[in-house]
Write a protein that binds this ligand. Structure first.
Ligand code: GDP
Length: 192
């Protein structure tokens, strides 16, 4: 078993330049409602840690946590789709997120969350293409695994794989704890 990550909220920032130096950092991204806050809480085995990122005014910010036991940190990025322009899909991300992802030194990995129940959305697919196009280290993490009926899990896994066009690093359920250990191990290895 991998013990909970000891996450501590440090600050919210409007841009990369406002963040303190980091030795190794993992970012988490996904469309709103994908289960990002629940997953961060599950990683830390805390109930309300990631509530800070839901505070009005903070939903569009970079929310920084430090990870005790090392000099690593975790950054919760704004949920994409949240500020989507009505009536059209954005082809690019807000400059603030792009600036962070492309320029943040020591960003070792970004978790791209995909809802296992609804499958990869167009925005998820575009996001993954963007990461591949920029050669940025990332891992697809499927959320809400418990919401997929056991009878359709095999098929859904194949669909997700095909839709994302890359392997799924972890199948998780924040509600049931599925895959959380595995994900903690992955993060610990990257932050070490
Ligand atoms: P965020 O907007 O990406 O931060 O998503 P939240 O963590 O707030 O979750 C959005 C909704 O999905 C909430 O109603 C959560 O309770 C629900 N949810 C998140 N993770 C899970 C999960 O693993 N299983 C189930 N069944 N529901 C989940």
């Amino acid at each position: 078993m991998s013990p909970p990550l000891q996450l501590r909220f440090v600050m919210s920032a409007t841009r990369r330049a406002a963040l303190p130096e980091a030795v190794a950092e993992v970012a988490v991204v996904g469309r709103s409602n994908v289960g990002k806050s629940s997953l961060i809480n599950a990683l830390a085995n805390r109930r309300d840690l990631a509530r800070v990122s839901k505070t009005p005014g903070r939903t569009q910010l970079l929310n920084l946590y430090d990870v005790a036991g090392g000099q690593g940190s975790l950054v919760d990025l704004p949920g994409y789709g949240y500020a989507a322009v009505p009536g059209r899909t954005r082809a690019t991300w807000p400059a603030m997120i792009e600036g962070y992802l492309l320029e943040r030194e020591h960003l070792v990995l970004t978790l791209v969350l995909v809802d296992a129940e609804v499958g990869p959305t167009k925005l998820d697919v575009q996001t993954l293409e963007w990461f591949r196009g920029h050669g940025l280290a990332h891992a697809v993490v499927a959320t809400k695994h418990d919401k997929v009926k056991a009878s359709v899990r095999q098929r859904r896994k194949a669909e997700l794989l095909a839709g994302c066009e890359e392997p799924v690093a972890a199948w998780t359920s924040a509600a049931k704890g599925t895959g959380i250990d595995e994900l903690r191990l992955l993060l610990r290895s990257r932050l070490a």
